[in-house]
Write a protein that binds this ligand. Structure first.
Ligand code: VG1
Ligand code: CO
Length: 542
């Protein structure tokens, strides 16, 4: 088999965002576009003679892209590729496979929670040997290479059969097609009290897990229905489809509305959960009750000592900056550190590697621990099941007890999607210009204590990440945060995060929108949102 060196020109727009390179399928189909970026990875990271992990969430373009990447890996001297059967690997499972098999890195094909299909999104993410997303110095190196590229290397060989577990070769490169679920399911079994959870299901406890026709279907079916004995039908939308059945595989109150409705039915299940396209996000629901991701993180931390994998205690906790400060309160009670990082899982990697933290999470339905280096949707669901099995009480009762003990950080995120990029930048410029005059002023009845544009200094390698979002810190632990999304593929998305602390939540409404109404109003006014963008109401509220 011969290697072709194909001449190409750089594409200017291949800068990885919050979580890899995400673009419309049509962009990835531009001739040489995918190949360029993949060659930029090979040029930036020395994978010659090394092992690479490869897999994706099964979305449209996955099969073709997998074959291209396999042929390029062979032409670039990669020794061995571990690839999930049918090209399937959830993001957390890929992270585990990289770690377990001591691979040099992994390429994950996914655009996570973004819609799929021919008109949807596609993505390529590079993970390093710790199993986590490449840190900024690596993504910047890849980006730099993508702008200098003149040619890529590809093997002229046949497509590889990925439909069964096998050991194959392509040129001089070895390929192992692996069961995408087995290693991951074993890892989950090592962390959680499967006997207690199985007993819970035997007692008649009912659950609905919505895989949203995305990657977690096979994982959830194996773990929940086969290993834990949940009744057949517990997993819904369990078959991964290239277009996710036309849905938006984002587990939140807007896009997982079928599950939300099922949980509101009088005879509905006791527990509901959903994961996103690539299986790293989770949504947790009780009967007619939504657990915010920020509360979920805090609650898992507070209950961790009851779960076998975390019985020894927690080294520390971390949350992304916009995530609510509920977990900070748990850290204070446990007398352990709590770190505040910029948005994106890559910032947790160093803290996890250094043993400084055990659990971490983001407000965007992401929770995880040191078991892998990605957020992990099913892991969070199993953590909750373990707590429910030990507590023997409802989701709502457990959350309310947490609030009674720690107080409640009432929280919401408002997304303004599809803004024209210059308009979104104008909003941020306007905010920047207003910052200096804010401290001491009163907003929604609360004094502004401080405000800044968040700048993170990594406690481990001291690398600096600036411009990570505007924070307005108000009296009484209230906050308003603004930042632009780094994962969207259409125009710009402005996210506004609003939080207030309620020390006596039992006396107040459960409705976060109602209790935060004055802060929401102030946040919009401060950004001059209506004047600048013509928009007042967000497109998605979580
Ligand atoms: C969003 C979330 C962020 C998350 C990222 C990747 O980024 O806000 O918390 O880490 O998606 O999640 P942004 O830049 O659009 O706000 V996923 O499930 O892609 O891997
Ligand atoms: Co995801």
């Amino acid at each position: 088999m011969s290697i072709t060196v194909v001449a190409t020109v750089p594409f200017p727009d291949q800068r990885p965002g919050t979580s890899g390179l995400r673009k419309k399928v049509a962009v990835f189909r531009t001739p040489h576009y995918l190949e360029n970026f993949v060659q930029a990875i090979f040029n930036a990271v020395d994978l010659g003679g090394r092992t690479l992990v490869l897999g994706g969430d099964g979305r449209y373009l996955n099969p073709e892209a997998l074959q291209t990447i396999l042929k390029m890996a062979a032409a670039n001297g990669v020794a061995k590729v571990l690839v999930g059967r049918d090209g399937i690997l959830s993001t957390p499972a890929a992270s585990h496979v990289i770690r377990k098999h001591r691979a040099e890195g992994g390429i994950i094909l996914s655009a996570s929670h973004n819609p799929g299909g021919v008109d949807g999104d596609f993505g390529v993410k590079y993970n390093i040997s710790n199993g986590g997303p490449a840190p900024e110095k690596v993504t910047e190196a890849i980006y730099a290479k993508s702008r200098q590229i003149t040619a890529y290397r590809i093997l002229n060989g046949p497509d590889v059969a990925l439909d069964r577990v096998a050991r194959l070769t392509l040129g001089s490169m070895r390929i192992e097609v692996i069961d995408p679920v087995a290693d991951y399911a074993d890892l989950m079994e090592s962390l959680f009290a499967f006997d207690r959870i199985a007993a819970l299901f035997r007692s008649g406890f009912r659950m609905s897990f919505d895989a949203m026709h995305a990657v977690t279907g096979p994982y959830a079916t194996e773990i929940l229905e086969r290993r834990l004995g949940a009744s057949p039908g517990t997993v819904v939308h369990g078959v991964p489809l290239p277009d996710f059945g036309g849905g938006h595989p984002d587990p939140n109150l807007t896009y997982a509305h079928a599950l939300v409705e099922a949980m509101a039915a009088p005879d509905g299940p006791d527990f509901g959960a959903a994961c996103d396209g690539d299986g790293d996000r989770n949504m947790i629901l009780g009967r007619n009750f939504f657990v915010t991701p920020s509360d979920s993180l805090a609650l898992l931390a507070a209950h961790a000592h009851r779960v076998p994998g975390y019985r020894e205690g927690l080294a520390g906790l971390a949350r992304s900056m916009p995530t609510s400060q509920a977990v900070d309160r748990v850290a204070r009670r446990l007398n352990i550190p709590c770190y505040e990082t910029p948005t994106g899982w890559k910032f947790f990697g160093n803290l996890l590697d250094a043993g400084k933290i055990t659990l971490c999470g983001e407000e965007s339905f992401g929770t995880g621990s040191d078991h892998v280096r990605e957020k992990d949707g099913l892991w969070a669901v199993l953590f909750w099941l373990n707590i429910l099995a030990v507590e023997g009480r409802s989701v709502e009762a457990i959350v309310r007890e947490h609030w009674a003990s720690f107080g409640r950080n009432v929280y919401t995120r408002h997304d303004y999607e599809g803004l024209a990029t210059p308009v979104a930048h104008q909003v941020l410029t306007h905010l920047h210009d207003s910052l200096a005059a804010l401290p001491g002023r009163v907003l929604a009845g609360r004094r502004v204590n401080a405000c800044d544009d968040f700048r993170y200094v990594d406690p481990v390698d001291h690398s600096v990440s600036a411009g990570q979002g505007i924070r307005i810190l108000l009296e009484g632990d209230a906050r308003i945060v603004y930042r632009l999304s780094g994962t969207g593929t259409e125009g710009a998305t402005l996210r506004i995060y609003i939080e207030a602390f309620d020390a006596a939540p039992e006396r107040h409404t459960l409705d976060a929108q109602a209790s935060l109404a004055d802060l929401i109003h102030a946040a919009r006014a401060l950004a001059a949102l209506k004047e600048i963008s013509g928009r007042e109401e967000p497109t998605v509220v979580t």
